[in-house]
Design a protein around this ligand. Structure first.
Ligand code: UDP
Length: 374
């Protein structure tokens, strides 16, 4: 007699994962005469309700338990999702054995698993059986799951940007960022893009959607439209190789410490100033709001480690001026002077933070005061 079609089903731990798979298997059996064997990974005895549920499976649906996996090596606070996933991955060897004999004994046409079980796909493929993901949740969440690798790529793209720096000559790249909340108007953003292009200097620019409200911050609206919508037409293509545009956020401390970074166009937030001084990166000051204008003045007129572009009568820094200042910092004589001045500040910062530095000493003093109180 010809064998009936058969499927293997590997549910990840949890009765909530098992019940819908059993409903699915019942349909296959009742409506299509395809029988099923549930192969169940576990980390110990099943609960009373799971046992009762499995013992009441109808004819044509069978189950077998894999040997329990051991979790003695896991810290007690290991998350449930990790335990579920590890139950499956640590069962792969025993699953492989059981599945091979089922394939030999039955007319196996598929192996089904749920979203925590996708590591079993290889077991099916090795035996020439097609694996299937049973995903009874919404189409929206399935499409989100499929989109996760793209999101992953976008995040590593930001770290891409460090790789891009790796390939640039030493001290050749101007890093441009307006802090965690600074934005420019549409007109200003376009002038900056054109100025950078005109300067022919290498740049790494953290770009944010323009904001045509007057306060120059985007703390309230984190909208990020498509970059192509607001950068000058063809800008990305024309500057490809010479410049890199990163949307919204970049790892600033790592960029400033990178040997390819040779200048920082900054909005003069205090953290940014400290970070650039610690790494000895010369500055173009472009203050936007809060105390940034005061900081910019201090950098430009006081410490003399920054160049500051002149704002036109229309309140905009034009592209010619931007190009002039960028070239001045990156390859001009004034840039060289600033570079040696900021090196002195960098050394002072290292001393202050060093073993006998006043920063370290002050913190030591505070810490001992705190301990003394206790
Ligand atoms: N920052 C960053 N990546 C960005 C923008 C900002 O890591 O793309 C960090 C930066 O290194 C600094 C902080 O965010 O530590 C911004 O602080 P700052 O005082 O310079 O400016 P604010 O955001 O307060 O205006």
């Amino acid at each position: 007699m010809e064998k009936e079609f058969h499927v293997a089903i590997v549910p990840s731990p949890g009765i909530g994962h098992l019940i819908p798979l059993v409903e699915f298997a019942k349909r296959l059996k009742n409506d299509h005469n395809i029988s099923a064997t549930f192969i169940i990974p576990n980390d110990g005895p099943l609960s009373i309700s799971q046992n009762a549920f499995l013992d009441s499976l109808p004819n044509g649906l069978a189950y077998l338990l894999l040997p329990p996996v051991n979790f003695d090596d896991l810290p007690p606070n290991t998350r449930i999702e990790t335990r579920i996933n590890l139950t499956v991955t640590r069962s792969l060897d025993s699953l492989r054995e059981v599945f091979k004999s089922l394939v030999a004994e039955t007319k196996m046409v598929a192996l089904f698993t749920d979203m925590f079980g996708t590591d079993v796909f290889d077991v099916a493929i090795e035996s020439g059986v097609p694996p299937y993901l049973f995903f009874p949740s919404s189409a929206m969440s399935l499409s989100f799951s499929f989109y996760l690798p793209t999101l992953d790529q976008m995040v590593s793209y930001r770290l891409d940007c460090l790789r891009w720096l790796d390939g640039q000559p030493r001290g050749s790249v101007l890093y441009i960022s307006f802090g965690s909340g600074g934005t420019l108007s549409t007109v200003q953003l376009n002038e900056l893009a054109m100025g950078l292009e005109l300067s022919k200097q290498r740049f790494l620019w953290v770009v944010r959607s323009p904001n045509d409200q007057s306060n120059s911050t985007f703390f309230d609206s984190h909208g990020q439209k498509d970059l192509l919508d607001f950068l000058p037409k063809g800008f990305l293509e024309r500057t490809q190789g010479n410049g890199l545009v990163v949307p919204s956020w970049a790892p600033q401390a790592q960029i400033l410490s990178h040997s390819s970074t040779g200048g920082f166009l900054t909005h003069c937030g205090w953290n940014s100033i400290l970070e650039t001084i610690v790494h000895g990166v010369p500055i173009i000051s472009w203050p936007l709001y809060a105390e940034q204008k005061m900081n910019a003045l201090y950098l430009t007129e006081g410490l003399k480690v920054a160049l500051r572009p002149i704002v036109g009568e229309n309140g905009i820094v034009g592209h010619l001026e931007i190009s002039r200042v960028v070239r001045g910092l990156m390859e001009g004589e004034e840039g060289k002077t600033i570079r040696s001045r900021i090196q002195v500040l960098k050394d002072s910062a290292a001393n202050v933070l060093g073993e006998d530095g006043c920063s370290r000493k002050t913190l030591e003093h505070l810490a001992s005061k705190l301990k003394h109180k206790v």
